[in-house]
Write a protein that binds this ligand. Structure first.
Ligand code: ADP
Ligand code: FBP
Ligand code: MG
Length: 555
């Protein structure tokens, strides 16, 4: 998304420090009055010394730095209650909306925004927008108060319902204006936050006395900058149950494989953490590491080896893994998207199950007993549950940080912890890049050393060879001349030769030669991937990219 930080919001501090600040309602309504924060007189908070955040308190983006390169360090505005607020509590009309996919903890965030506004600030008019963004202009609101939301944190999902698509900025802002809403709390992922920024900009354009606060939600943990998203820990914990079941099934059969598919469209965090937590997983496949099946260093070879060693194994696959490989093996297919424009994924779990079964049934002579493969897909079960204890506390902090920011007049922000301290991050900053598992940092190395799985580094070479072989076969079957670019492929140097075992149409093993060509370009229908790596095309740093932020350890 090409939205930039507002120029006036990059503040230079002492010693070369840079504050990436968030908008404030006085940026476009400079003469607004201020009011004393009622928390000063609140029995619970009045006794807490230094409860209020100082105007110049900031949070460092990076805490691990080179001592010789501290100038130019980036900071965000610290979250928390301010001494002065820009809304009289009795004048506040707040609304809450949830958008995008489900995530454990949504109801807790709703509950804590309602209870926080009600009990800390004395706000009495709080509305729920039903069914995501389109609910602003298609549905009536519901009244929210502490009684209505009292028990909702014990339930999965969102009492406000959610949806994809339907973001029509002007209709939404018309509805905000018509209803007299002046605080808008928007809970959702990267798509939702982009929508929140569009709403904020429209409010500024219309000079409305309205603040927009974003609370980041993503079960995939793919929102950049913040330490971790709420519901992620719960999802990883729940995934353990599926992995345990897969392990039991696999261990109770000769040549047993338990295959578990977990969520993660572009980012394999759930799969990686579930693998690290479980210790029963032999192979973890994530979107950031494209894999291949046949030949040296391939998946079949590893499965073969692990089954011979242990008699069973567990594979965890993130839903976004192997998309290019599947698309390529399917030939032509439709590129479908959901109503928000997110690509609909091909089912890697089913595809992998079928391929493993047919490969080991047809092609593997050393197996005396057939493969027993159990495929478990707990994806929606993992995200439909209520949040666990630590996520509940985290959701509370997010909600409170959001209401303190909004009452203090800050807006156009996404709230979240950076290095464990909550802060207000300009929305453009969190949506301009997507967060990925950094396969060059120590967490992925821990996983590799635990599973001893292949690194699939020869992926590009294998894919290029597959395409060349396919093109040759097609040309031969059409009894045409071999196309010039295929027949004249450069000779392969002996050091680059590596055998690749594949299966011919009779099920026999065929050994081929392939060329190590790391500059190979990849094209797969209309689906877009990073050409040199096969990683899906997204805007953030990717593994192997020298400009990637290697400082950031995974959470
Ligand atoms: N670039 C965008 N601008 C405005 N609204 C968007 C944008 N991308 C997505 N949205 C809206 O945000 C909502 C949620 O987006 P989606 O991608 O489905 O989930 P998530 O927010 O979890 O990433 C949808 O209603 C969608 O229309
Ligand atoms: O079936 P749905 O609702 O589109 O959800 C599937 C997608 O939702 C996710 O859980 C997260 O999506 P968002 O964060 O974009 O809402 C993905 O992992 C998954 O691909
Ligand atoms: Mg998203």
């Amino acid at each position: 998304m090409s939205i930039d930080l507002e120029p006036g919001k990059i503040v230079k501090g002492a010693g070369g420090a840079i504050l990436e600040d968030v908008p404030h309602i006085t940026d476009w309504l400079p003469d607004l009055p201020t009011y004393a924060n009622p928390l000063k007189y609140h029995p619970a908070y009045a006794a807490v010394r230094q409860y209020f955040v100082e105007e110049n308190d900031v949070v460092a983006k990076d805490v691990v730095v080179n001592v010789n390169r501290t100038s130019g360090a980036i900071y965000f505005r610290r979250a928390g209650p301010r001494d002065k607020i820009y809304f009289k509590p009795e004048d506040v009309k707040a609304c809450i909306v949830t958008c995008g996919g489900l995530c454990p903890g949504l109801n807790t965030v709703i509950r804590e925004i309602v209870c926080g506004l009600w009990t800390q600030y004395g706000v009495r008019e709080i509305f729920g927008i039903i069914g995501g963004y389109r609910g602003f202009y298609c549905r009536n609101t519901i009244d929210l108060n502490p009684k209505v939301v009292n028990d909702i944190h014990k339930r999965g999902g969102t009492i406000l319902r959610t949806s994809r698509g339907g973001h029509e900025t002007s209709k939404i802002v018309d509805s905000i204006e018509d209803r007299g809403i002046n605080q808008v709390y928007i809970i959702g992922g990267d798509g939702t936050q982009k929508g929140a920024w569009a709403i904020h900009k429209e409010c500024v354009k219309r000079s409305l006395e309205v603040v927009v606060a974003g609370i980041p939600k993503t079960i995939d943990n793919d929102i950049d900058i913040i330490d971790k998203s709420f519901g992620f820990d719960t999802a990883v914990e729940e995934a353990q149950r599926a992995i345990n079941a897969a392990h039991v099934e696999a261990g109770s059969a000769q040549n047993g494989i338990g295959l578990v598919k977990l969520m993660g469209r572009y980012s394999g965090y759930i799969a990686m953490y579930a693998t690290l937590a479980s210790r029963d997983v032999d192979l973890c496949l994530i979107p950031e590491v494209p894999f291949y099946l046949e030949g040296p260093g391939g998946l079949y070879e590893f499965v073969d080896q692990r089954l011979h060693e242990s008699g069973h194994m567990v594979i965890v696959v993130a839903e976004g893994a192997g998309q290019e490989l599947i698309a390529e093996s399917m030939g032509s297919h439709e590129n479908l998207v959901d109503p928000s424009g997110n690509p609909l994924l091909l089912d890697v779990g089913l595809w992998l199950s079928q391929n493993l079964k047919s490969y080991f049934a047809k092609a593997h002579p050393t197996f005396k007993e057939p493969l027993t493969l159990k495929y478990i897909d707990p994806t929606y079960m993992v995200r439909a549950i209520p949040s666990n204890a630590s996520d509940n506390v985290y959701c509370t902090l997010l909600a409170h940080s959001a209401i303190h920011g909004a009452m203090a007049g800050y807006c156009g922000f996404t709230v979240g912890p950076v290095n464990n301290r909550h802060c207000y991050i300009p929305i453009p900053r969190v949506v301009s890049t997507q967060r990925h598992v950094n396969v060059a940092d120590r967490m992925w190395a821990r996983l590799l050393s635990g599973t001893n799985q292949p690194d699939f580094l020869r992926y590009k070479v294998v894919m290029e060879e597959r395409r060349r072989t396919k093109a040759l076969k097609q040309a031969e079957s059409k009894e045409e001349n071999v196309p010039e670019q295929i027949s004249k492929s450069p000779p392969v140097s002996p050091s680059q030769n590596c055998p690749l075992t594949d299966v011919d149409s009779n099920g026999s093993n065929v050994t081929k030669q392939m060329k190590d060509d790391s500059t190979a370009q990849i094209s797969t229908g209309d689906r877009q991937f990073f050409p040199a790596t096969g990683y899906p095309l997204v805007t953030s740093p990717v593994p192997g990219d020298p400009t990637a932020n290697f400082d950031q350890e995974t959470p």
